[in-house]
Design a protein around this ligand. Structure first.
Ligand SMILES: [Zn+2]
Length: 372
């Protein structure tokens, strides 16, 4: 993985390159970006940039034996840690799951947590980073490097480190020489604060529209006009943009309209059938739907201030325009977004989608009730 293969994120790339150029590579870094912004690809490209003996000012060479091993995720000095379900055959630590991990990354380095669990056929199980794995991280970082002079530990989604994550504090504070500890997450509130405070934060923004739409054209073979529309709808989330792009028409808009009708007309009797219907999308599908809803609401919130010109076209824009005649105001829309975010959190934590969607329906009704 080279910086060149990471979509957008030019500012962060520039900062990371500069750090390496002046020899400032903090031992422990937390890369934090919203879902779909490419935290994992960026971390992989950064590791390759740091380790490649032939790097230029801009990027790793992509051809040397170090780069080749890193690109196939087989470099002996890089240890990968990620959540996986507790009861997954005989698997106890992450290295037991490396074959699936490599397969998944080769297939799609922009995978989401949901994609990963699907890859493991464990969509309905709870991901976890076991204590035994944490001891492996420490052991691995304490060993001498096999090749070159650097040991790297990459933890994808430190959100899944429970209290046992505190085992890592000492090594984060006093890392052995020549080690790089990278954590890649998206929600700082879900990461142990003791860990966050011991890392250098690298914040990523959502992917810029232009870079996102170019990626959709080049990587996913989506027509330019569609790509531009999708990039706006997805607001910097490559994962969401690509999923929406798979369908000829946006699969979420109809369901979204139905939901808003139920909520605003308080037809709670219909909410049950609607929740039932939507749950058939599966956990990942429901999550994408909620993400989509959040983006729509956010757009609705900014349109009164910035206007809708060039924001969206077509049916979504019609929805936004109609929605804004309700004049709900920033605060109410904020509450609605919070309801959707909580629902997403519940889905990620393996709640029952049907129940969560019902709860969210009531939550939305409550958030739009006018207090006089
Ligand atoms: Zn190289």
């Amino acid at each position: 993985m080279r910086f060149e293969d990471v979509i957008g994120q030019d500012q962060v790339k520039a900062r990371l390159r500069h750090g390496v150029a002046v020899g400032r590579i903090p031992h422990a870094q937390l890369m934090l970006g919203p879902e779909g912004s490419g935290g994992l690809p960026l971390a992989l490209a950064y590791i390759q940039f740091v380790m490649c003996p032939n790097r230029t000012e801009l990027d790793s060479c992509g051809e040397c034996s170090t780069c080749r091993k890193l690109s196939s995720f087989t470099h002996p000095d890089v240890h990968y840690t990620f959540p996986f379900p507790k009861k997954l055959g005989e698997m106890e630590v992450c290295s037991d799951v490396y074959p699936q991990w490599r397969e998944a990354l080769k297939d799609d380095v922009y995978m989401s947590y949901g994609d990963w669990m699907q890859q493991l056929n464990a969509e309905n199980k709870q991901g976890n980073i076991p204590t035994k794995e944490l001891r492996n991280i420490i052991k691995n970082l304490s060993l001498k490097a096999y090749e070159g002079n650097m040991k790297v530990s990459l933890v994808w989604l430190p959100e899944y480190l429970g209290q046992q994550g505190n085992i890592l504090l000492k090594i984060l504070e006093e890392p052995p020489a020549g080690t790089l500890f990278l954590l890649v997450g998206s929600d700082v509130d879900d990461i142990l604060s003791t860990i966050v405070s011991r890392t250098q934060l690298v914040r990523m923004a959502p992917i810029e529209d232009a870079a996102l739409s170019e990626a959709l054209v080049v990587r996913d073979d989506i027509a330019e006009a569609d790509a531009q529309r999708l990039a706006k709808v997805a607001q910097g989330n490559y994962h969401l943009a690509r999923e929406l792009g798979k369908e000829a028409t946006n699969p979420h808009l109809d369901a979204w309209r139905q939901w808003m009708t139920i909520v605003f007309k308080r037809k709670m009797g219909d909410a049950f059938a609607w929740s039932d219907d939507l749950s058939s999308l599966g956990r990942e599908g429901v999550k994408l739907f909620l993400l989509y809803g959040i983006q729509v609401l956010r757009t609705c919130a900014v349109v009164p201030y910035s206007g809708s010109d060039g924001l969206w076209e077509g049916p979504e824009q019609d929805f936004v325009n109609k929605f804004n005649t309700l004049q709900l105001g920033y605060e109410v829309i904020g509450k609605m977004v919070k309801v959707l975010e909580d629902a997403m959190y519940g889905i990620e934590r393996n709640g029952n989608p049907k129940i969560i969607l019902m709860d969210a329906s009531y939550g939305l009704v409550k958030s739009i009730v006018k207090k006089n």
